[in-house]
Design a binder for this molecule. Sequence first.
Ligand code: SF4
Length: 119
Amino acid sequence: MNNSRRQFFKQALGVVGAVVAAPTLLKVLLPSVAQAQGALTFVEPGKGMAASVGYVDDKKKLDKKDQIERAGVKFANQKCSTCALFTKDTSSVNGKCALFPNQLVKPDGICRSWAKKPN
Ligand code: SF4
């Protein structure tokens, strides 16, 4: 095989390898790029701090014994989106909670630390 033919096959093999590897590389790299850009994950009920404060992503799932009036506010009017610690995320209906920095909570979620917004 002469040098130019060998060179051609080397380059062709490199192109085929790149085409085959590209989808796998994208799958591996895109989630880490999203995380590096600050993509937030949801608080997981039952784990860590969420377990400590009894966070649930839907207030209907809260233990009946915790469905109580707080700070003069009936349970029916309590949920993350009405909590003093909730800040609405500008890009979605979800929000951030001061108890869970760098994570999202559902607006209809709740926990035992629900706090009344100041008047
Ligand atoms: S403190 Fe408030 S915003 Fe945070 S999880 Fe509990 S109810 Fe939701």
